[in-house]
Design a protein around this ligand. Structure first.
Ligand SMILES: Nc1ncnc2c1ncn2[C@@H]1O[C@H](COP(=O)(O)OP(=O)(O)OP(=O)(O)O)[C@@H](O)[C@H]1O
Ligand SMILES: [Mg+2]
Length: 288
C-alpha cells in the first residue's frame, strides 16, 4: 500500500548548520508512528517542515514531502493553506502560545471551522466542536464561552487537541501533546488519539520524550539522531531489541521494559507508571 506521507528532508536555519540531513520517513494511513530523539535533534523542525512553516522561523527545507499523491515542497502557499489544519493538523508543544489570549475559545473554534468548512458554524460547527470537546472530557457549553486565561494548561492542551480534529485530518502531527498533562489526562488523551486513529484511519506522527506513552500508543518508532533516522522498527521490536547504539542507550535508560502486546492502553500505562514510580516520567537524556 502506498504511504500517506513519505519524506526525504534536509532543513537548516539561517546561519546555522543542517538540522535535518535527509530524514526519510513513511507513514501509512491509520498508522501511529513515534518520532523520538534527544532535545534539539530536530523533531519539531521536522513537523514544521512537513507543513512548510519553516520560513516563518527563519528556516529552509528541501527534498521531498510526498503527501497523499502530492509533493508539498512544490505546492503553492495557497495550496498549503488549504492543507494546513484540514488535511494535516498540528498540535504544538506549547498550548499556552498556540491559543489567542484575546479571543474566547468559542471564537477560535469558529475561526478554525470557517477556515475549511462551508457548513454553518452555529449548527454543524458547534455540534462537531462539542462532540470533540466531550471526547477530551471537557464541557462544551462552559469551555466555548471561556478565554484561554480562564482554563488550566491541561484543559488548554485538550482544547487544542479537539480543535486539531475539527476537520478530520488525514494526518495529525502531535508534537509532545501530552507533556503538560497529568498522568490521568495523559492516558485519556492517548486513548483518544488511538480511537481517532482507528475509527477515522487518521495517521499520527507522535513526537514524544515519554517512551512509555510511545510504547502504549505507537505502531512503529523512528529514532532521530544527528539529523537522520538511525533506526525505524515496530514498537515491540525496538523495545525488545534496539539495534543502533543510540537506540540501545535510549531504551536501556528505561527502568522497566514494557511488555507487548499492550491490549488495554490505559491500564497498561497505569501499570507501567506505577512500576516506574521513582522516575515520574522516563525521558530521553541528552547524549554526551
Ligand atoms: N528559529 C530557529 N533559528 C535557529 N535555530 C533554530 C530555530 N529553531 C530551532 N533551532 C535549532 O534547531 C535544532 C532543532 O530544534 P528543534 O526545535 O527541532 O528540536 P527538538 O528535537 O524539537 O527539541 P525538543 O525535544 O527540545 O523540543 C536545535 O539545535 C535548535 O537550536
Ligand atoms: Mg520540539
Amino acid at each position: 500500500m502506498a504511504a500517506l506521507l513519505e519524506t526525504e528532508i534536509w532543513a537548516d536555519y539561517r546561519g546555522g548548520k543542517a538540522v535535518l540531513n535527509g530524514v526519510r520517513l513513511e507513514i501509512a494511513a491509520g498508522e501511529t508512528l513515534a518520532l523520538i530523539g534527544q532535545s534539539g535533534s530536530g523533531k519539531s523542525t521536522f513537523a514544521m517542515a512537513i507543513l512548510r512553516l519553516l520560513d516563518w522561523k527563519g528556516g529552509k527545507v528541501r527534498g521531498r514531502i510526498q503527501f497523499d499523491g502530492r509533493d508539498l515542497t512544490a505546492a503553492s502557499e495557497r495550496e498549503m493553506r488549504s492543507i494546513r489544519g484540514k488535511e494535516i493538523a498540528l498540535i504544538l508543544q506549547s498550548a499556552a502560545s498556540a491559543l489567542n489570549p484575546m479571543l474566547r475559545l468559542g471564537t477560535q473554534f469558529e475561526e478554525a471551522w470557517k477556515a475549511h468548512s462551508r457548513e454553518p458554524w452555529k449548527t454543524a460547527g458547534v455540534q462537531k466542536a462539542s462532540q470533540l470537546l466531550r471526547e477530551v472530557d471537557l464541557n462544551p457549553e462552559e469551555i466555548l464561552r471561556k478565554y484561554p486565561r480562564e482554563v488550566s494548561l491541561g484543559q488548554a492542551q485538550r482544547v487544542l487537541i479537539a480543535m486539531s480534529l475539527l476537520h478530520d485530518p488525514k494526518l495529525l502531527l502531535a508534537d509532545e501533546p501530552t507533556s503538560a498533562l497529568d498522568v490521568i489526562v495523559q492516558k485519556e488523551v492517548l486513548d483518544l488519539i488511538r480511537r481517532m486513529t482507528a475509527s477515522r484511519r487518521m495517521a499520527t506522527l507522535f513526537i514524544s520524550h515519554d517512551l512509555l506513552s510511545v510504547a502504549a500508543l505507537c505502531d512503529r518508532v523512528a529514532i532521530l539522531h544527528h539529523g537522520a533516522i538511525v533506526e525505524c522498527a515496530a514498537t515491540a521490536d525496538i523495545f525488545a531489541n534496539p539495534k543502533h547504539p543510540y537506540s540501545q542507550k535510549l531504551i536501556g535508560a528505561l527502568p522497566v521494559r514494557p511488555q507487548f502486546p499492550m491490549v488495554d492502553l490505559p491500564s497498561s500505562l497505569v501499570a507501567l507508571a506505577e512500576s516506574t514510580a521513582q522516575s515520574e516520567q522516563v525521558s530521553i537524556a541528552p547524549v554526551r
